[in-house]
Design a protein around this ligand. Structure first.
Ligand code: FAD
Ligand code: EPU
Length: 336
């Protein structure tokens, strides 16, 4: 457990921004975390997972602690479910593959999402019609200043669309140590979302399985989202905004092709990617900062863009969408 000083975070964020942390270390268990927090108690702390939902805009003056707590453990089961406790430092997709190999259903639509299990409740990760809170049971988290372990149920987490208590009142207060999932022994398939059915047909799948659904999701994602190993990015940079039905109707009459999804509670969600594309940004590049050519919601770093350059581009996009549609976009990526 070595503490590094003035340490480059370039390999630890998928935007590949070259900033330095005043101090950096990793931890593999609660004792190491507690000791590190104790040593640097006067400094601000950032808990890091896979760095796939972060934009560093400057050097970090405090201590960055990378969570490497491992382990996937079947806790117990009932007639319909298994309860699986997973260390926060496990890679998310590795966990999904583990579930598929064990025939535990529920996370197959969340295949190929980068990052670690510990970050998954923070923004309630979601894709292809499934969100983390559909399979979440509980989590354990360490309060950084009280130095005590707390257990959170789903209700405690206050999950919303790309949202939870950990992005609001408990922001930067806890290190998530483990997450327990409730997975199904018998799958309920969610294949109506997006192009999953079409992709399954293209794959020639006759007998539906969680493995086939996972592969369909992987194929769709790979066709439009940039692989961070090849083009640095942090996924969707903005959230899809929610508007009232009357605002939607006003937009629909001005922009008949607008892409929107009605929500159960009455409002309408708009596809931010469509609005950004219509505002002329798709494929735009300024220096090494750009808007992805296949998915306008994803901002990319083609090489040596700084975090500030990416942030400034996001600000220009935000303003132009506001001017064209009168809709305020909200950033999804954590700006540090
Ligand atoms: P990090 O980026 O390391 O951290 C994110 C935030 O969580 C930071 O504020 C950090 O301080 C905090 N944090 C991390 N771990 C802990 C912990 N153990 N305890 C306390 N705080 C912690 N997201 C989706 O929801 N759906 C998608 O479909 C999706 N697709 C993506 C595609 C690509 C190509 C990329 C690059 C990203 C995508 N994302 C998606 C975003 C990202 O993968 C998720 O937000 C993921 O959960 C981030 O995990 P991470 O470990 O990399 O978190
Ligand atoms: N669209 C365009 N142009 C674009 C991009 C999108 O017109 O450049 C329109 C298309 O009509 C498309 C629709 O927007 O059908 C939706 O696009 P897509 O299916 O790619 O999904 P998204 O709404 O852009 C969201 C999530 C993704 C998640 C996918 C699949 C958010 C902010 N993003 O993207 O999550 O993988 O749905 O469920 O909700 C992430 O959070 O990082 C992320 C990648």
């Amino acid at each position: 457990m070595q503490i590094h000083e003035n340490f480059s975070l370039l390999p630890f964020n998928t935007f590949r921004i070259d900033v330095k942390a005043r101090y950096f270390s990793t931890f593999s268990n609660i004792d190491e975390l507690s000791e590190l927090i104790g040593q640097k108690s006067r400094l601000t702390t950032l808990i890091l997972g896979g760095g796939s939902n972060i934009l560093f805009t400057k050097d970090y003056a405090g201590v960055v602690l990378k969570n490497e707590i491992k382990g996937i453990e079947l806790q117990h089961e009932d007639a319909d479910h298994v309860y699986v406790k997973v260390g926060a430092g496990e890679n998310w997709h590795h966990f999904v593959l583990h579930c598929i190999n064990h025939n535990w259903a529920g996370v197959e639509n969340l295949s190929l999402i980068p990052g670690n299990v510990g970050a998954s409740p923070i923004q309630n990760i979601g894709a292809y019609g499934v969100e983390l809170d559909d399979v979440f049971w509980s989590l354990e988290a360490f309060h950084l200043s009280e130095r005590k372990i707390h257990t959170f149920t789903a209700t405690d987490c206050e999950f919303g669309y790309r949202d939870s208590v950990f992005k609001n009142q408990f922001k930067n207060e806890f290190a998530i140590l483990s997450v327990t999932f409730q997975l199904k022994k018998k799958p309920i398939y969610h294949i109506s979302y997006g192009a999953i059915t079409e992709e399954l047909e293209k794959m020639g799948v006759k007998d539906l399985s969680i493995k086939a659904v996972s592969q369909a999701v992987i194929n769709i994602r790979s066709s439009k989202l940039p692989d961070p190993q090849k083009i640095a990015n942090a996924g969707s940079f903005f959230k899809n905004p929610e508007v009232t039905v009357s605002k939607y109707e006003e937009l629909k009459s001005a922009f008949p092709n607008i892409v929107a999804y009605p929500l159960a509670k009455g409002n309408v969600k708009l596809a931010a990617g469509w609005m950004i594309e219509q505002a002329g940004w798709k494929g735009y590049r300024k220096g090494d900062a750009g808007c992805h050519a296949k998915q306008a919601l994803v901002l990319v770093n083609y090489g040596n863009a700084t975090g500030k350059e990416i942030y400034d581009l996001s600000e220009e996009i935000l303003q132009s969408v506001k001017n064209k549609f009168g809709v305020a976009l909200e950033r999804e990526v954590n700006i540090i």
